[in-house]
Design a protein around this ligand. Sequence first.
Ligand SMILES: Nc1ncnc2c1ncn2[C@@H]1O[C@H](COP(=O)(O)OP(=O)(O)OP(=O)(O)O)[C@@H](O)[C@H]1O
Ligand SMILES: [Mg+2]
Length: 222
Amino acid sequence: MPGCVLAIEGLGKSFISGGQNVPVLAGLSLAVNEGESLAVMGRSGSGKSTLLNLLCGLETPDTGRITIVGESFDHHGKSGPDDRWGELRRRSIGVVFQEANLMPALSLLENVRLRAYLADQPAGGERQWLERLGVGAEADRYPDQVSGGQAQRAALAMVFAMAPALILADEPTGSLDRHTADEVADCLFAMQRDNGCALVLATHDAELAGRCDHLLDLTQPG
Ligand SMILES: Nc1ncnc2c1ncn2[C@@H]1O[C@H](COP(=O)(O)OP(=O)(O)OP(=O)(O)O)[C@@H](O)[C@H]1O
Ligand SMILES: [Mg+2]
């Protein structure tokens, strides 16, 4: 039986906008197991990024509980950061955004090495991750010396090198042309399958969403 990596129960989040309380997510419950992928779709403003931010502790829910690899967070409404989120982000949750978030002063290889080191992974396999993602030849270049697609592959290599239990990807191919987007997505799904990690992928791209095991459409109420 695959283990449960992520469970959400009754998750709710509102923002105050123009003095009004605007609900974004209400009563959301779901679970994602090891090796499973969940696509999060919905029109712009439906709460996809808000959900991903909640799932890595960058936002605090108003209601509900989030459990990731056995750590439960239900202290909504309390102020102040919970140290356990930092620890989960360091070792267990890999995050990929639309634009690759690389350190500009480090080469692609050094970026991957740093991420693996921070996640307490043994040194040595970093160059192979870049090779598997098709950017081995660019390993010693700096982020401003590679294309957007190459930088995004390096960002994925960083995530896989940390051996996360959960990957949160917010429009990971949104800034790429169709062909490059498909190649990057192929890498993402192949590595996710091989490593057995759980994936939550926010996207507007129905084709990409169709490659996931489950679909959550935030445009649909309930
Ligand atoms: N920090 C914030 N303060 C106030 N409102 C916010 C905040 N963050 C998000 N919102 C609002 O919450 C709603 C959901 O935003 P979110 O970024 O999650 O949407 P999204 O589905 O990711 O959209 P897109 O497809 O454009 O990326 C929007 O109405 C947005 O304006
Ligand atoms: Mg978004």
